[in-house]
Write a protein of this length. Structure first.
Length: 387
């Protein structure tokens, strides 16, 4: 049996060991909790994108609105074959000038020629049957007048004449149709202009009336050019028919072409917020080419309250053109804007922004409305300073 002093020592040792174990366990739990808290904070910080913020600046654009324009010929006609056959010969190539009614190519259509021969033979047969029916009906009318035949038989002969006459008319119409079809073996220019495309050659098989048919030629009247421009709604009230507009093209540095606004659609496209207008420009030297792109400068005043913003801040999607604004709560807020003028590196925003807005520059692709963001160091500035 242990002595009393030794028993007390063992008890004391057990209590101390238990307290030490509890202390070690508590320290381990505290350490893990602190590590988990730090990890959660680091993960949250990494999940929040760092963004740069710019402030819009008031626009100082000149009294000219420059917009992209698309050039088209005054008239442009793709020339298709109306008759199936083979190309016997073509007379014009791209860049050649043609006059109205000039032959562009000739086709060989032997099937149509044989059909025309057969149709003419059918017409001769129908005319012979009609002539015989006419003489027979005349004789029976004479005999009916002398009561030599019955009226029923006479009516039958007269009806046979009417049927043979209808057959003759149908055969004559078929001959006319095939003659017109045979005439389509010569492809003619519908108006004076320039050949801008040729997609056939000698011996090529041409099929008419199929969805896969391609035009053999394209003839364009380039004496005058149509110029189509989409004008932002903010400037639409300042453009009107008769206005003179200056055109510039990249291949003619320093040269300006005069165009006159001829018509306007008079309606705003809800998808782009613009009004389509048409200009016309003289093109005696053929410097303007169909399909070319140009810059059209309209003599209009700048939009009131317009702001300048880097083009990199724009978000273009299904909801139109938007920007991401940084709210006071540190979250992004998407807002739809109206582009007044595209100046390349910067754009002029005619509606939707104010000078106090903080705009996120180069927003992440996955940024959604209400997402938290954090401003990176040296990430704030003005639109002009950013670009």
């Amino acid at each position: 049996m242990p002595e009393p002093g030794q028993s007390r020592s063992m008890k004391t040792f057990g209590v101390v060991a238990a307290v030490a174990a509890v202390a070690v366990a508590g320290a381990g739990i505290a350490t893990r909790s602190r590590s988990e808290h730090q990890l959660a904070g680091w993960t949250a910080a990494q999940a929040t994108p760092a963004v740069a913020v710019v402030r819009p600046t008031p626009s100082t654009s000149a009294s000219a609105l420059t917009l992209p324009a698309n050039l088209q010929a005054l008239n442009s006609a793709p020339i298709f074959a109306r008759t199936s056959g083979y190309v016997r010969k073509w007379y014009v190539d791209i860049g050649d000038s043609v006059r109205a009614g000039q032959t562009l190519a000739v086709l060989d259509a032997p099937e149509v020629e044989q059909q025309l021969v057969a149709a003419r033979a059918d017409l001769q047969t129908a005319l012979a049957n009609q002539q015989l029916a006419a003489s027979t009906a005349a004789r029976w009318r004479n005999m009916l007048a002398k009561d030599a035949v019955s009226k029923q038989e006479t009516d039958e002969k007269v009806g046979d004449l009417a049927a043979k006459t209808a057959v003759s008319n149908a055969a004559r119409a078929n001959v006319s149709r095939l003659q017109y079809t045979q005439g389509f073996t010569r492809l003619l220019a519908p108006f004076s202009g320039v050949v801008t495309s040729r997609s056939t050659d000698i011996g090529a098989l041409v099929s008419a009336g199929t969805a896969a048919s391609t035009p053999l030629f394209t003839v364009s009247d380039v004496s005058r050019m149509r110029v189509f421009v989409r004008v932002p709604q903010a400037f639409s009230a300042q453009v009107h028919p008769g206005m003179h507009v200056s055109l510039t093209l990249p291949e003619y540095a320093g040269r300006q072409f005069d165009a006159v606004l001829t018509r306007t659609a008079g309606a705003v496209d809800p998808g782009s917020g613009t009004v389509l207008v048409e200009l016309q420009a003289a093109n005696s030297d053929r410097a303007l080419k169909p399909g070319a792109f140009a810059q059209a400068s309209f003599p209009v005043a700048g939009a009131s309250g317009a702001m300048t913003l880097p083009a990199s801040a724009l978000i273009v999607g299904e909801r139109g053109t938007q920007v991401a604004l940084l709210g006071s709560d540190g979250r992004a807020r998407l807002k739809t804007i109206t582009i007044g003028q595209d100046q390349g590196a910067t754009v002029q925003v005619s509606a939707g922004l104010s000078a106090t807005d903080r705009v996120i520059d180069s927003p992440p692709d996955a940024l959604q409305n209400g997402d938290p963001v954090q401003v990176s160091r040296n990430g704030a500035g003005t639109a002009n300073a950013a670009h």
